[in-house]
Write a protein that binds this ligand. Structure first.
Ligand SMILES: NC(=O)c1ccc[n+]([C@@H]2O[C@H](COP(=O)([O-])OP(=O)(O)OC[C@H]3O[C@@H](n4cnc5c(N)ncnc54)[C@H](OP(=O)(O)O)[C@@H]3O)[C@@H](O)[C@H]2O)c1
Length: 268
């Protein structure tokens, strides 16, 4: 990525990620895969991580047709596995330009019957693992960071963390709370890491096609689209686009932001 130290504007290189090294958790499918494809097309080398090793390997091999993509399978909700991932990445690279904390889980159940295990699982992955993975990769991020070109942490939150979701009619208490926590932690981490030239931002997606949303889209797609001011769900390019913006020179001055990418749903 070219660094511009004058006041000219060069859109030709503004979104370029050539030479950048990224880790995308949950990069094997859904939103993580959309972001990975975008980063690869923009010139980055991307490490993807997810639990199912075979799938992770297979997707990395497939995406290598676009650019260098490597699998580092791990369950980031498990302390020892997360430590293994940090060590494995450290063996392959001495710096990390972009960390995308995307892996997440949802759980829906009635208020009266909400299982404690499901509640804990969602908070553990969406909040606790995100914090400790970021903390444990801060050294590698700092190695890539400079005042002109900060390293980037991009957290995937949700519009459900901005506005209480109603359209699915199934309660998702820990999910919405976890995403509100992600948004708040994004701001706290942005302050903590700015002195080390690492920016931290969040994307708050609306509905995008993925395994997580498959059932909801099958059952309630009409309601979901009606509820969105643009009357449609998001497209893969629109998720790749915001992530490329945040990861590239274009986003170098954006810090502590939570960017909704939901067709305006969260302002209804
Ligand atoms: N899709 C949407 O409309 C939408 C909207 C708002 C926010 N989001 C957020 O976007 C993120 C991605 O969601 P998605 O819809 O793409 O979900 P998805 O299709 O279920 O994909 C989740 C990804 O995370 C991986 N993963 C799950 N648990 C993991 C763990 N413990 N350790 C490592 N990897 C793990 C999965 O692979 P394995 O199963 O192999 O581990 C998969 O690659 C989530 O944070 C979600 O909350 C999605």
């Amino acid at each position: 990525m070219t660094i511009h130290d004058d006041n000219t504007i060069n859109v030709g290189t503004l979104f370029d990620l050539t030479g950048k090294i990224a880790l995308v958790t949950g990069g094997s499918r859904g939103i993580g895969r959309m972001i990975t494809e975008g980063f690869l097309q923009a010139g980055a080398t991307v490490y993807i991580s997810s639990r199912k090793a075979e799938v992770c390997d297979q997707v990395a091999a497939e995406l290598s047709a676009i650019g260098p993509c490597h699998a580092l399978p791990a369950d980031i909700a498990q302390d020892d596995d997360r430590a293994r991932l940090v060590a494995a990445l450290g063996e392959r690279t001495d710096r990390l330009d972009i960390l995308v904390n995307n892996a997440g889980a949802a759980w829906g159940a009635d208020y009266a019957d909400f299982p404690e295990s499901g509640f804990r699982k969602v908070l553990e992955l969406n909040v606790t693992a995100l914090f400790f993975l970021t903390r444990d990769l801060t050294g590698l991020l700092a190695q890539a960071a400079s005042p002109d070109d900060p390293a980037r942490v991009i957290n995937i939150g949700s519009m459900d963390g901005i506005k209480v979701p109603t359209v699915l009619r199934t309660a998702t208490f820990p999910y919405s709370a976890s995403k509100a926590a992600v948004h708040h932690m994004t701001k706290a981490l942005a302050l903590e890491l700015a002195p080390r030239h690492i920016t931290v931002n969040a994307v708050a997606p609306g509905f995008f096609e993925s395994k997580m949303t498959q059932q909801s889209l099958e059952r309630f797609r009409d309601d979901i689209e009606r509820h969105c001011p643009l009357h449609r769900i998001g497209r893969p390019e629109e998720m790749a686009g915001v992530a490329i913006y945040l990861a590239s020179r274009a986003g170098a001055y954006t810090n502590g932001a939570v960017i909704p990418v939901d067709g305006g749903t969260c302002v209804t």
